[in-house]
Design a protein around this ligand. Structure first.
Ligand code: IMP
Ligand code: MG
Length: 182
């Protein structure tokens, strides 16, 4: 049993569950990209924890790079406004790019990012997301190729995900108590 942080209402995915989900995706990516020129691009800062685990579960050669976009501020609702805060250091032309993201909610952030990256002419461009938030009656703006797991339409934290820059270091994913942000 993991110790539950007092601000966490419920643990959704334990550390052990997360590790096996990430290994499963890593194995799939290793097969799919065996003869490709793979570049993993993590979206800072939420995806760093997933990136660290995922890259170690992929067996084929790869390079990594990072981008930072700002779309959420410190709140819990998507503003729809996306801004590149840190761009890639690497040239991705003719390379097989896989964007590594912590959570797909509306998908607006990634839609913008993918459009931007496509202008640089990668050989391929796909998305691996740790979580995909299910919202009744809503379509996400993009389709990820790899998904570790779906999650309910709640504000979740841990395993890289934050609320106001806190809780990223929790090894599990949990639902934040509403009184913490309301
Ligand atoms: P989207 O553009 O609506 O898909 O927003 C995606 C981004 O919003 C993610 O990369 C996260 O940084 C943030 N986000 C969305 N939902 C949550 C959540 O439940 N907890 C923490 N961050 C979230
Ligand atoms: Mg993010």
């Amino acid at each position: 049993m993991e110790t539950q942080h007092p601000d966490v209402e419920k643990i959704l995915f334990s550390e052990t569950e997360i590790q096996s989900m990430v290994k499963r995706i890593g194995k799939q990516i290793s097969e799919d990209y065996a003869d490709k020129d793979l570049v993993l691009i993590a979206v800072l800062r939420g995806a760093v924890v997933f990136m660290g685990d995922l890259m170690r579960s992929i067996e084929c050669p790869l390079a990594i790079d990072f981008m930072a976009v700002s779309s959420y501020g410190d709140g819990t609702k998507s503003s729809g406004v996306v801004r590149i805060v840190k761009d890639l250091d690497m040239d991705i032309k003719d390379r097989d790019v896989l964007i590594v993201e912590d959570i797909l909610d509306t998908g607006l952030t990634l839609k913008y990012l993918m459009k931007n990256l496509l202008h640089r002419h990668p050989a391929s461009l796909e998305v691996a997301t740790f979580l995909w938030k299910d919202v009744e009656g809503r379509e996400t703006a993009i389709e990820p190729k790899y998904v570790c797991t779906h999650c309910p339409d709640e504000f979740v934290i841990g395993y890289g995900l934050d609320y106001a820059e806190r809780y990223r270091n929790l090894p599990y994913v949990g639902i934040l108590k509403p009184e913490v942000y309301s």
